[in-house]
Design a protein around this ligand. Structure first.
Ligand SMILES: NC(=O)c1ccc[n+]([C@@H]2O[C@H](COP(=O)([O-])OP(=O)(O)OC[C@H]3O[C@@H](n4cnc5c(N)ncnc54)[C@H](OP(=O)(O)O)[C@@H]3O)[C@@H](O)[C@H]2O)c1
Length: 312
């Protein structure tokens, strides 16, 4: 696994993949590599102009790429439901779902269309609802994969069940860490639920270490002291977006990726390097909290995996 690269991606001909937040950064690089391996890739995003530019860029590199762009705003449960309906209308099955979209450490508390704190709503609840709504199509594929983007930030995360939406007190990084811990707990819980219910999924989490993308400019911004100090160290501690997408691509395509596991870069502190098993903090392995988070998420989003599975 040490030298794993996009050259190791097997042919994905005939496979259908959906990538969220594919208009830039890691999502774009993930979609590009999947399309290069022959998959039918649906890039999704909230900014349609950016999405169409992403399609043009991929086609310039792979003129025969089988790709399309679809609007999907993870900060809107109705947008998630609309996308899932459109997808189901023209696709029987889904082989790969990459839950990638995200925002980080927004300086002021913002809310999604449904009144969730923006990071918890976009990074986690939107993906929870999307995965549930695509469950039938995922089950119809043979051993479909769901790849969930977490982060080193999960290490400092806690799920604050008393104030999940940070309404009483908002701290930008605390909200981000919570959302990324939630994604890792969701990824592990999805595998457990799939195994016990026989859904036949492979749920795998990934993180990119520190990758140079628009996450910081779009989130905390580039005027903070942290960013200016960090920028001096950047060449040493970060990697390109294409390199940062490798753990996601390993989780999404490698025969060696274990269901219910977590991959990140193999270098110092998992900041950069080739894909390898990543460290999972004890709070992410708390089964009781993961089950509680799952139930709360069903209530908050009004979307239940069990009900969707039963309707098959
Ligand atoms: N970069 C890192 O070092 C790092 C580290 C750990 C984890 N991650 C995770 O990696 C994932 C990708 O981030 P990135 O680094 O590639 O950042 P990025 O360059 O900012 O890309 C984020 C993507 O998510 C999209 N997005 C944001 N809000 C959305 C919404 N409401 N609906 C749909 N799409 C939305 C963005 O769309 P727009 O183009 O419209 O902004 C963009 O396409 C995130 O989940 C992030 O938490 C990144």
């Amino acid at each position: 696994m040490t030298d794993w690269s996009t050259a190791d991606i097997p042919s994905l001909s005939g496979k259908t993949a959906v990538v969220t937040g594919a208009t830039g950064g890691l999502g774009y690089e993930t979609a590009l590599a999947l399309a290069g391996a022959g998959a039918i890739v649906i890039l999704t995003g909230r900014n349609d102009a950016k999405g169409l530019r992403a399609i043009e860029r991929i086609c310039a590199q792979f003129p025969n790429a089988l790709i399309a762009y679809e609007h999907l705003d993870l900060a809107s449960l109705s947008s998630v439901a609309d996308f899932a309906r459109r997808f189901a209308a023209s696709n029987d099955q889904l082989d790969l779902l990459v839950n990638n979209a995200g925002v980080m450490a927004l300086p002021k508390r913002q809310q999604t269309e449904d009144g969730f704190e923006q990071q918890f709503g976009t990074n986690y609840l939107g993906h929870y609802a999307l995965t549930a709504r695509l469950l039938q199509q995922l089950r119809r594929a043979k051993a479909a994969r769901v790849v969930n983007l977490s982060s080193l930030a999960h290490r400092s995360g806690a799920i604050n069940f008393d104030d999940l939406q940070s309404t009483r007190s908002y701290r930008p990084w605390r909200a981000y860490c919570q959302s990324k811990l939630a994604m890792l707990m969701f990824s592990l819980e999805l595998q457990r639920r799939s195994d016990s219910a026989g859904w036949g999924l492979r749920s795998i989490a990934a993180h990119p270490g520190y990758a140079r993308t628009d996450l910081i400019p779009n989130g905390p911004g580039t005027s903070t002291l942290q960013w200016r100090v960090g920028r001096l160290l950047q060449p040493l501690i970060s990697q390109s977006a294409a390199e940062g997408a490798l753990p996601t691509l390993f989780a999404a395509t490698s025969a060696g990726a274990e269901p219910g596991s977590y991959y990140g870069p193999n270098g110092f502190y998992e900041l950069k390097g080739a894909p390898a098993p990543a460290r999972i903090m004890p709070q992410a392995k708390d089964f009781a909290s993961a089950a509680m988070l799952w139930d709360v998420s069903a209530t908050l989003t009004g979307v239940s995996f069990d009900e969707i599975a039963a309707a098959a």
